[in-house]
Design a protein. Structure first.
Length: 434
């Protein structure tokens, strides 16, 4: 059986490499010839721990190759995973034009039975449209099936999430599609949940929106902690011991970012509203998340009063650790806010600086990119932490204090035990803790 994975973004690359690792013959395909050229030479376009090695190992074993001739790849494949982007449109809904384009290409090249698997995060009912599109445009009377197999990998741990999944959702409408897809994931037989396609599509949006809701909830509780003597980490620990709640995704901070939660929660709101369902619960969770930046800027102002011409070291730009991804990262709005107040910024991130330069190019004495956290701290009136990279919790705070003009830390991710920086003479502010 030959598998084609169309789209070489996060999900596509990890899916292609992961399925090859399971022993299948996989072609990763993308219409972007340059990108395919680079990947074929071993230059993986994203930073994701373990991905380079997984790709290189499977290319060497000849389980995996990359091509840009989409029509030919589709023609050769028995199973086609659709992993193209579904970016957000201005009204919050997902732009499905790339999915439509691939569906038409599949229709053009449908010369024998194929299983088309949607893996991109898509609104419920997308499979209906893929099926209709292939049905409308196919040139022969060939049979095909559609399936939904949403992906739950997290950036930063994508490879292990794919290779050791909690669950595999198989949304199908025929036994043939079920057997094919379950066969691909045969080694995880006891973790497969078979549903109809609408259900599988909804599981993905419902999961991401629930996790986003959980984060906004704990951030709201953190705001109460900020105004009382309560400690949000202990509140989260106490709540999380109840197995009905669980302790994960209860880390308070400056809010969720990334290419998934902000987009998916808005998409589910739009889906629900289009169906006449009151979606105010999720709208509020999204609004609370948006408001985290204002709350954090207020915190910085409480420490510095006037921000104009203050030197601020900003540690962490990626939306989470272990990635160079800055899509919807809280750092983007925060930097905009600080620049708006006239602050002078010194930025550092272990992986994401190149991506951030495309949004905020360096400007001498106003916005500088530094090659280490210590350089960023030089002469700073305050240091803010926006991403909990392990490198930051291991900082030599004595050295940081030496470098800074004023020893003030405003920690948006609760990286330190408050007693530690305070012992070294820092004024230390964090989220939901005294
Ligand atoms: C998320 C989901 O966790 C994956 O299961 C899903 O497959 C993926 O979206 C997707 O739809 O493709 P990801 O966006 O990579 O994965 O990152 P998360 O680890 O979920 O973190 C998202 C954001 O929430 C980050 O900004 C993180 O800092 C924030 N977060 C997370 C918190 O503020 N507190 C927490 O307790 C957890």
């Amino acid at each position: 059986m030959k598998i084609a994975v169309i789209g070489t973004g996060y999900v596509g690359l990890v899916t292609a490499a992961g399925l090859a690792e399971f022993g299948h013959r996989v072609i990763g395909a993308d219409k972007d010839e340059d990108k395919i050229g680079r990947i074929s030479k071993g230059v993986v376009p994203i930073y994701e721990p373990g991905l380079n090695e997984l790709i290189a190992g499977n290319v060497r074993k000849k389980n995996l190759s990359f091509r840009s001739d989409l029509s030919a790849v589709i023609g050769e494949a028995d199973v086609i995973f659709v992993c193209v982007g579904t970016p957000q449109r201005p009204d919050g809904s997902a732009d499905m034009s790339q999915v439509e384009e691939v569906s038409r290409l599949i229709a053009d090249n449908l010369d024998r039975y194929k299983l088309v698997v949607e893996k991109s995060t898509v609104p419920v009912k997308t499979s209906y449209w893929i099926k209709r599109t292939i049905g409308l445009y196919k040139k022969t009377d060939t049979d095909f099936d559609i399936a939904s197999n949403p992906e739950f990998l997290r950036e930063g741990s994508a490879v292990s999430d794919f290779l050791q999944p909690d669950r595999i959702i198989v949304g199908v409408e025929t036994a043939r599609a079920r057997d094919l897809l379950c066969g691909i994931y045969a080694k995880f037989r006891n973790r497969v949940v078979v549903t109809n396609i609408d259900t599988a599509e909804l599981i993905k949006h419902a999961s991401n929106s629930f996790l986003a809701l959980k984060i906004s909830y704990i951030n709201l509780i953190a705001s109460i902690c900020d105004k009382t003597e309560a400690n949000v980490e202990q509140v989260a620990e106490g709540m999380g011991l109840d197995p009905r709640i669980g302790n994960r995704f209860l880390k308070a901070g400056i809010g969720y970012g990334g290419s998934c939660f902000p987009k998916d929660i808005k998409a589910l709101v739009k889906i629900g509203e289009d169906l006449g369902v009151d979606m105010s619960l999720l709208k509020e969770a999204d609004r609370i998340n948006f408001d985290r930046i204002r709350v954090f800027v207020e915190k910085i102002k409480q420490a510095l009063w006037i921000l104009k011409d203050k030197r601020i070291a900003v540690l962490g730009l990626a939306f989470k650790p272990e990635t160079d991804d800055i899509r919807e990262a809280p750092s983007i709005s925060l930097i905009r806010g600080l620049i708006g107040e006239g602050a002078r910024l010194r930025l550092y991130d272990p992986q994401a600086m190149e991506n951030m330069k495309a949004i905020y190019p360096a400007e001498p004495d106003r916005l500088e990119y530094c090659d280490s956290p210590y350089r960023a701290a030089e002469g700073a009136n305050a240091l803010v932490i926006l991403t909990e990279w392990p490198e930051f919790s291991g900082l030599d705070l004595g050295r940081v204090r030496e470098a800074m003009a004023n020893p003030i830390i405003i920690d948006g991710r609760n990286v330190f035990d408050p007693a530690v920086p305070r012992r070294l003479g820092f004024e230390y502010y964090s989220i939901g803790r005294k």
